[in-house]
Design a binder for this molecule. Structure first.
Ligand SMILES: Nc1ccn([C@@H]2O[C@H](COP(=O)(O)OP(=O)(O)OP(=O)(O)O)[C@@H](O)[C@H]2O)c(=O)n1
Ligand SMILES: C[C@](O)(CO)[C@H](O)COP(=O)(O)O
Length: 428
């Protein structure tokens, strides 16, 4: 926040904050709801709630969660804010409507906030609520635009669009959340939009736009660079460095903070690791299930070994341990740890990721390739990525190849999995 607005006093009007956290986080690519993605050992949703807890304005908080979720609702129940929760819908607008339906009685003003903007400082909430309490119908936090913005159109037959205009930059603002509204007016606007056809509804990308369509005036207050929307892996890295610099725990960065952060911030150097695992195909006289990459492959003779033989998961574990410099599979799951005997590949991978985090690292990603004739893998690749990513709490991707008939892999006697992992330190 630019610091132009002093911190507002608690508004006299009953104020609710709705946190929309039902998105799937497709562009972040973690294979889990974005609100559940870890950032410095705390989920994005918890970071958002931590900052709301430091604001003075909320009388009540509602969190909108993915349908069927249990993990995020457990986190809400154990958070000091103890927010009400409700299941969201297929689009952000559907989720906002669900949140509005869960408001308690007597709410006069409501702030709609993206959990994806999880580092938004508490002062922004209070400044939006304060402007509403001062009589505004709709208030949004904004930042000046630093890029030159063009409008474009697609020429038929051309791959890339051509430029149709350049709006004057002084009149452009990048829009953030929380967006605040006179509650009854926003509820009426959403009720009206509920009946719109899909194309018209999809044009609405924020709640303020609904108010604009109704001819309501929308006011602005200064936003904050820390209120960035975590959408892609690069945004997550930026949020990580903001937290690493200790700038966002409940207060706003000022100019001198920014200068000292630039001068003092250590270069964040990630660490890579490697892991290899080889398993023989079990002898035909001993039928075994094939488990690989966290998946069961019915009708394919399995791999030999004391565990389920999941060479892909084992190589991924070794790559993680190697990257964090905390030993290998034998160190953590060896014969002196009988509780891991026969454990599934996903169980071991989840435990490996936990140990890596316990050692002070966050997992960037893990990539595995296996070489073997069986099982046929292509049709189940995305399924494997999802299962292993969920176990690791970070993106895991698996690919497969053959050895052109050469060696034990080519003869169908065994397979080899090669993995690399990237981790980065989150030690303060
Ligand atoms: N059906 C939806 C879609 C989005 N959101 C929320 O709206 C905010 C902004 O959405 P976005 O950042 O686009 O999140 P995702 O939809 O999760 O991301 P993606 O489009 O990459 O899947 C997020 O806090 C998200 O949780 C929601 O509650 N319900
Ligand atoms: C509401 C918002 O964050 C304001 O910038 C944005 O419009 C959300 O858009 P998304 O496409 O749902 O991420």
């Amino acid at each position: 926040m630019s610091g132009e607005n002093p911190k507002s006093a608690k508004p006299t009007k009953r104020t609710a904050v709705i946190v929309v956290a039902a998105g799937s986080g497709t562009r972040l690519g973690y294979g889990m709801p974005k609100a559940l993605v870890p950032l410095n050992n705390r989920t994005l949703l918890e970071h958002a709630l931590d900052r709301i807890a430091l604001a003075t304005c909320p009388d009540e908080v509602v969190v909108v969660l993915p349908a069927g979720d249990s993990e995020l609702s457990a986190l809400c129940a154990s958070h000091e804010l103890n927010p009400r929760t409700i299941a969201g819908g297929g689009t952000r607008n559907d989720s906002v409507r669900a949140g509005l339906s869960a408001l308690g009685p007597g709410v006069e003003q409501v702030l709609i906030h993206d959990s994806a903007r999880c580092l938004t400082p508490p002062e922004v909430f209070d400044s939006v609520a304060g402007a509403l309490a001062g009589g505004a119908t709709a208030v949004i936090p904004v930042l000046p635009v630093v890029d030159t913005i063009k409008t474009v159109a697609l020429t038929p037959g051309a791959e890339q669009p051509h430029v149709t205009g350049t709006p004057a930059r002084e009149f452009l603002r990048a829009v953030q959340t929380p967006q605040g509204f006179h509650a009854a007016t926003l509820i009426a606007a959403h009720a009206q939009a509920d009946g719109w056809d899909k194309a018209r509804a999809e044009e609405i990308t924020d709640d303020a736009m609904l108010m604009e369509r109704l001819g309501e005036r929308v006011d602005t207050v200064p936003g904050s660079p820390e209120a960035l929307k975590i959408t892609t892996p690069m945004d997550l890295l930026l949020a990580q460095s903001l937290l690493g610099a200790g700038t966002t725990e409940g207060r706003t960065m000022n100019q001198s903070d920014e200068q000292s952060m630039q001068a003092a911030a250590p270069m964040l150097i990630p660490r890579t690791g490697i892991g290899i695992d080889v398993h023989a195909i079990a002898d035909a006289s001993e039928p075994r299930d094939m488990w690989l990459a966290g998946l069961h492959f019915p009708g394919v003779q399995g791999l030999s070994g004391h565990s389920d033989g999941d060479a892909v998961a084992h190589a991924a574990c070794d790559a993680l341990f190697s990257a964090a410099g905390i030993g290998d599979l034998g160190t953590h799951f060896g014969t002196d740890r009988p509780e891991y005997e026969g454990a599934s590949g996903t169980t071991l991978l989840a435990e490996a990721a936990r140990l890596v985090r316990e050692a002070g690292f966050e997992v960037g990603n893990v990539a595995v390739q296996f070489v073997g004739r069986r099982p046929k893998f292509a049709a189940r690749r995305l399924e494997a990525d999802a299962v292993l990513s969920e176990a690791a709490g970070a993106p895991v991707t698996v690919t497969a190849t053959t050895s052109d008939g050469l060696g034990y892999e080519g003869a169908g006697d065994g397979l080899t999995a090669y993995a690399t992992a990237l981790v980065y330190s989150v030690k303060r």
